[in-house]
Write a protein that binds this ligand. Structure first.
Ligand SMILES: C[S@@+](CC[C@H](N)C(=O)[O-])C[C@H]1O[C@@H](n2cnc3c(N)ncnc32)[C@H](O)[C@@H]1O
Length: 290
């Protein structure tokens, strides 16, 4: 039994490594084909039983948290056009952001607006939460917040024939005119300096990248971090979210020697999502560009 956990780990990692050539071919094909069926129609589900996964004594509290977040961040449109999981993920992100940077004065440019890039935004299902927090969260008055999500693998096709980018565009549109989405390699795109750069679960381990379906050639976390830091203007902020303490520790070492100062790290676990156990090790960290 003592050996079974490491053995299982070795088997999992070996299987992932075996996927590398297949990932490389599939990624090349989808990046060339650039499939799109047009902006996706977002499904809605009733939110009546949003917190059924929680123990009964926690229901009232979770419902109060939901209504408070909905009122403070203007989530009615999202609540009316989202699956339960997507809505819960937006709530969890807002709660995490409040925990991580509730006391922080979010950095804004000379014109009073905050410009931010989210690196590797996937289908950008959290576009509303992130844009709203940047506009209304943190210390001080509300501000205009312009958010751009960048995703290198935008053309994977979902079961309904829509691509990831079709969904990401729909989520950005739902978030409002201040949210934008772009398919591209963040390390190669000409992105001007930003007040804030966010990275939700960047790949710092080969295994996770391979499991996600990307080719090994895209595994360069040091370069990704360097580029993220270079994109934040001096005085701006880098926010990194990681799945585990070990990933967060790797981010600390990747950022060593780069011009950033650690502001704080905190748990961003959340029981608002139905897979709360899997969020238990999540850690968010904030870094000031110096
Ligand atoms: C673990 S996923 C996280 C997705 C999303 N942030 C979320 O939390 O649901 C990491 C994402 O980063 C993207 N990615 C990896 N390298 C990238 C790069 N150089 N430029 C843009 N996106 C990248 C991957 O394709 C993947 O969608």
């Amino acid at each position: 039994m003592a050996d079974s956990v490491p053995m299982a780990g070795i088997v999992k990692h070996t299987l992932a490594m075996l996927r590398a050539p297949q990932n490389a071919v599939a990624f090349t094909v989808r990046s060339r084909v650039r499939w799109s069926r047009g902006i996706a129609e977002l499904n809605n589900e009733s939110k009546e039983r949003l917190f059924d996964h929680l123990p009964t004594p926690r229901w009232a509290e979770a419902e109060a948290e939901e209504s408070s977040l909905r009122a403070r961040y203007g989530l009615d449109a999202l609540r009316g056009r989202s699956t339960c999981v997507a809505y819960a993920e937006n709530l969890a992100m807002l709660a995490s952001l409040e925990r991580l940077c509730g006391e922080l004065e979010l950095p804004v440019g000379g014109d009073g607006a905050l410009r931010a890039v989210d690196v590797g935004c996937g289908a950008f299902a959290y576009a509303t939460a992130l844009q709203r927090f940047l506009a209304r969260g943190g210390r001080g008055p509300a501000r205009q917040a312009i958010l751009r999500g960048v995703e290198i693998d935008g053309h994977g096709v979902y079961r309904d024939g829509h691509s990831r980018a079709d969904y990401a565009r729909a989520h950005a549109a739902l978030a409002g005119k201040e949210a934008h989405f772009q398919v591209g390699d963040f390390t190669a795109l000409p992105i001007p300096e930003q007040d804030l750069v966010t990275m939700w679960f960047p790949f710092v381990e080969r295994f996770s990248l391979l499991q996600w379906g990307l080719p090994l050639s895209l595994f360069d976390p040091r370069r990704l971090m360097q580029r993220a830091v270079a994109t934040v203007r001096v005085g701006g902020v880098l926010l990194v979210a990681n799945q585990t303490e070990s990933e967060a520790a790797q981010v600390v070492s990747l950022l060593r020697g780069l011009p950033v100062k650690h502001l704080r790290s905190t748990s961003i676990a959340s029981d608002l999502v139905p897979y709360s156990a899997r969020t238990a090790g999540r850690i968010g960290s904030l870094w000031r560009r110096v």
